[in-house]
Design a protein around this ligand. Structure first.
Ligand code: GLN
Length: 556
């Protein structure tokens, strides 16, 4: 139901008190509700850091680097937006401190402000407002939903919040949502004071939140809601609970149930009827209470404290598992530790994934996991580095080339089965210089990969510098490794398969295109094969027989 004479509307989502409250999930949930009402929604994220993009950030500190079709390396929240909305976004939805300053300084160097001293207000804030408006126009969106990274009060996002303040005066329809934290020191005692102060801080910046979403430890009491509402000058109905959820995909349902559409419609003058969430609920139910039991998946990577480094892989498993109505029990396994313990501990898994990565640590552990999967017919999915190591493992253990390796790790090897892409050999600059973004691959009919994609030409996103060395491809094929996909134009090997049909490796990152409503084909492959393995396992068959006997006994 796009608006007649499109009057574009804006929602700004501000985080208060502390980071890590789930602003990205809130933003994606609000976008989803509006999308389900038939509106065209475009999210925009502002990140205050001075990096131009996320390309050079360490995923173990900052979370995964997400890649868009156009090759931009962006914040992991983009993954959340795309997964919720089932849309593909562009670099124009991402503004970082570094990007906007670079843009402004470039204009200054071009003489576009001749005679003027260039200032935060109005020059930088004008750039920001132009950017926001242009994004809405170019996407022909009904709504631009702006997530302001960081927390109100940070130095890094202050000029961005100032731009929103100006926009709120210039645009008829701009709504502000405050995300806040309401802790309970003891049961039944939610503390609203931090929220009151944070709200006052936002008001001191010239913005007044129209709705407040509260991350809490327990459902807000009536008194707490009323107190927050009173201090914020809003109706109590516009204060919402944001409880800890079983799955992030529940949040749109929870907010909808509490009537968040009322707050949006009252400020932005749209029809308040809640959207139809029935098919979304069906998918969410399959995540929270699947009827097909569980499969055990091992994700063998490099781990430190944050698991956000593999967020898209994790979510892709969730999507594919929801498709088969099965619960994925995902264990993160430190590959360096497999080097000491050996890969036997992987025997109990129904599927193994080696995700993308860089550098040496844990490499041999990953290779041993792959070997264990191949020899024991455990379904395997290799993503980027996980595919490259699948090729290394095959070279060592099937072709008998003991020293085979990727030159990223062992440049002197006599069998450099994975080598630097030719065009990478002269690139020294960092940031945006890998083979990035969507490339079209041509799949070979009759292969397992082709049967899951159901298409010959597929686009997947990339982020790498190395490739399967074309010199050795013939040797691999002669020893049974199936080359199931190549880049349409250059012939770069994009997809390989084991002859047993249970292992696929791809040079791409299919996890960047998996959505709850449209799981990635290769993850469907892994979960379906994992289910088959589980169903055929002795333990599962014994349990099934026992259950049946118990049921028969109970019936008698
Ligand atoms: N390090 C490997 C390369 O650059 C793999 C990259 C990845 O897994 N994203 O090619």
């Amino acid at each position: 139901m796009p608006m007649p004479n499109k009057q574009r509307k804006y929602i700004a989502i501000l985080g208060s008190i502390m980071s890590g409250l789930g602003k990205g999930i809130l933003t994606a949930s609000i976008c989803k509700l509006l999308q389900l009402k038939g509106y065209k929604v475009v999210p925009l994220k502002f990140d205050g850091y001075l990096n131009v993009d996320c390309g050079t950030m360490n995923p173990f500190r900052h979370g995964e680097v997400f890649v868009l079709d156009d090759g931009s390396e962006v914040d992991m929240d983009f993954g959340t937006y795309e997964r919720f909305l089932n849309i593909s976004m562009t670099k124009f939805s991402s503004i970082t401190g570094g990007k906007i300053f670079q843009h402004l300084i470039q204009k200054e160097r071009e003489g576009r402000f001749l005679g003027r001293d260039v200032q935060i207000v109005p020059h930088l804030t004008d750039e920001l407002k132009d950017w926001i408006r242009r994004l809405g126009e170019e996407a022909d969106a009904d709504f631009v939903i702006i997530e302001v990274g960081g927390t109100v009060g940070d130095l890094e996002n202050s000029y961005f919040i100032e731009a929103i303040r100006q926009l709120s005066y210039e645009e008829k329809y701009l709504m502000v949502i405050q995300l806040t934290r309401v802790p309970s020191l003891s049961k039944g005692e939610p503390k609203t004071k931090p929220t009151q102060h944070a709200n006052r801080l936002i008001q001191s910046l010239g913005l007044r939140p129209d709705a407040i979403v509260c991350r809490e430890d327990e459902p807000l009491t009536k008194e707490a809601i009323e107190k927050i509402a009173q201090f914020a000058n809003i109706k109590p109905e516009f204060v919402y609970d944001d409880p800890t959820v079983g799955t992030i995909y529940e949040l749109p349902i929870i907010l909808n149930r509490q009537g968040i559409m009322q707050a949006i419609s009252s400020r932005l003058d749209i029809d308040p009827t809640p959207p139809d969430l029935s098919s979304w609920c069906t998918l969410v139910n399959r995540i929270t209470s699947p009827s097909n039991g569980a499969v055990k998946i091992a994700l063998v990577g490099k781990y430190t404290s944050t698991r956000d480094a593999y967020a898209s892989v994790y979510e892709s498993i969730v999507h594919a598992a929801a498709h088969y109505d099965v619960k994925p029990l995902i264990d993160f396994i430190e590959s360096a530790q497999l080097e000491e313990s050996g890969p036997q501990q992987l025997s109990g898994y129904d599927g193994i994934i080696v995700p993308g990565g860089f550098g040496k640590r844990g490499i041999e552990g990953k290779i041993s996991a792959i070997s264990h999967a191949r020899v024991n017919n455990i379904p395997y999915l290799g993503l980027c580095l996980g595919m490259q190591l699948m090729v290394v493992e095959y070279a060592r253990n099937v072709l008998g080339w003991e020293d085979a390796h990727t030159t990223e790790i062992y440049p002197e090897t006599k069998h450099p089965v994975i080598d630097l892409l030719p065009e990478q050999k002269t690139i020294y600059r960092k940031g945006g210089t890998m083979r990035l973004g969507a490339y079209t691959m041509q799949l070979v009919p009759g292969t397992v990969a082709h049967s899951y994609y159901g298409l010959e030409l597929v686009d997947e996103r990339h982020r790498h510098r190395y490739e399967v060395n074309p010199e050795f491809v013939r040797d691999f094929e002669e020893h049974g490794l199936v080359i199931s996909g190549r880049h349409k134009d250059s012939g770069i090997v994009e997809m390989v398969e084991w002859p047993n049909g249970l292992g696929i490796g791809t040079q791409a990152h299919p996890e960047f295109k998996s959505r709850l409503e449209k799981p990635a084909p290769l993850f469907l492959f892994l979960i379906e094969k994992a289910l088959q393995r589980r169903n055929n396992s002795k333990e599962y068959l014994c349990n099934a027989i026992n259950n049946e006997e118990n049921e028969q006994r109970a019936a008698k």
